[in-house]
Structures are given as structure tokens and as C-alpha cells.
Design a protein around this ligand. Sequence first.
Ligand code: 5GP
Ligand code: ZN
Length: 140
Amino acid sequence: MSESAKCIFCKIVRGDIPAVKVREDEATLVFMDIQPASPGHALVIPKTHAADLYEIAETDLNIVTATVQRAARAMRQALAPDGIRIVQTNGAAAGQTVFHYHVHLIPMREGQKLGTHGRAPADTEDLKALAARIREAWEG
Ligand code: 5GP
Ligand code: ZN
């Protein structure tokens, strides 16, 4: 079986498993983290499978980075966090648990002490409401 066939984020890209999507274009997908570190925690991925920063093609990396900037601007406008933490993990020792390149956007509040991973799965309706707010800010 190919890497992409068994990869959970490739399954989301193909629509084989559900995800609460914020926005997508030809090359990237933005969706809500199922186990958010804070409300609004979103992930940006390339649609083409690459395990990590070492593997991703430079063109995809640049496109993902541009999407991260747009997502961060929309998140700031929609949720008005005090800051947004951007995290990208490479290798299990760095905390990577899904081996398809992804960038975390974690809205932060002043004084908050958070890791990259949440402790419990979020309610799907809550994720949908947050995704809609970010999408509306994005699309103006
Ligand atoms: P990593 O630990 O690799 O840096 O981040 C992987 C992230 O993907 C975690 O924050 C985890 O909660 C999230 N995640 C894992 N499986 C799924 C899934 O099936 N759907 C969604 N939306 N997020 C997932
Ligand atoms: Zn994949």
C-alpha cells in the first residue's frame, strides 16, 4: 500500500473520511484540528502527500506558507486572539503524530500555557461554528 493510501490526511483530502474544512484551493486544505489545543486550532496541509519538511517539494512548501499567512489573517480577524502560535513538527521526537506535512495555527490568549496537542476531541458542531467564522473573515 502506498504512503498516501494509508495516510489519514490524504484520506481527508480525498473525502474518504470527514473533516471540518475551513477552505481549500487546488493545492492546499485548511481544516479544524479534531483535538484542539485551543478553540480555533486549525491545520494547513498540502494536498500532495509529503511526510514532513524534509520531503515536501519547495513549490508545495511555498504554497502552503502562503495559505498559512491567509489563514492566520482570517483567524486573527475572526477570533481576535492575542496571538497565533504556528507549529510544524518533524519526526516523532518533535511531537509529530501524523506523517503528512502540516502546519498548526493555534490561537493564543495572553498568559495561556498550552502545548501543541489538545487533551480531548472537540464537539463537531463547535468546530463547524469556528470554521465558519474563519471562512467568513477569509472570504470577506
Ligand atoms: P502532529 O502531532 O503530527 O504535529 O499533529 C497532528 C494533529 O492532527 C494533531 O493535533 C491531531 O489532533 C490532529 N489529527 C489527528 N487525526 C486527525 C483527524 O482525523 N482529523 C483531524 N481534523 N485532525 C486530526
Ligand atoms: Zn498524506
